[in-house]
Write a protein that binds this ligand. Structure first.
Ligand code: HEC
Length: 133
């Protein structure tokens, strides 16, 4: 187990309802829709809409979600053409590390995590966690 291991990583439990408010207040909805949930959108929308939540073959863990928020380029969202979501391998998602508190991060993740549903049977359009549009 090296220094990069996520072993021992654990978040305090958050407040999903507050997380939903922070998600809207931080304008995450400018670039993200949530599977089967209507949320208010800011005036300015990003160039591409990425859906969070919904059916996936391996449910997203807290650690994965935290990583994709505080270090978006670590692993880019699957199922989208790279040139639409990144520039030279760097995610087009803004870095929130200097504007969001850890409490807000914990709340957002506790709101997002239950939006993912794990598929027990894999329909043909979903394959190994990749969602084809
Ligand atoms: C300007 C557009 C933009 C905004 C605003 C934005 N994101 Fe993103 N986000 C992206 C893009 C593009 C990706 C896909 C590339 C990647 O995985 O980093 C992404 C990916 C993600 C992922 C990973 C999705 C996956 O399937 O792997 C999560 C989780 C996420 N964003 C959460 C958030 C949260 C929470 C906020 C608000 C604090 C936010 N985003 C604001 C553009 C944005």
């Amino acid at each position: 187990m090296g220094a990069e291991s996520s072993f021992g990583f654990s978040l305090p439990s958050g407040r999903p309802d507050v997380g939903q408010e922070v998600f809207v207040a931080q304008a995450c909805t400018g670039c993200h829709t949530i599977h089967e949930l209507e949320l208010p959108k800011p005036k300015e929308l990003g160039p591409v809409m990425i859906t969070l939540g919904g059916p996936v073959t391996a449910v997203k863990t807290y650690a994965e979600l935290v990583t994709s928020i505080i270090n978006p380029s670590h692993r880019l969202a699957p199922g989208y053409p790279l040139d639409q979501i990144s520039t030279c391998g760097v995610s087009d998602m803004p870095i929130y590390n200097d504007v969001m508190t850890v409490t807000e991060l914990v709340d957002i993740v506790s709101f997002l995590q239950p939006q993912y549903e794990e598929l027990t049977q894999i329909p043909p359009m979903y394959y190994r966690g990749y969602k084809y549009h």
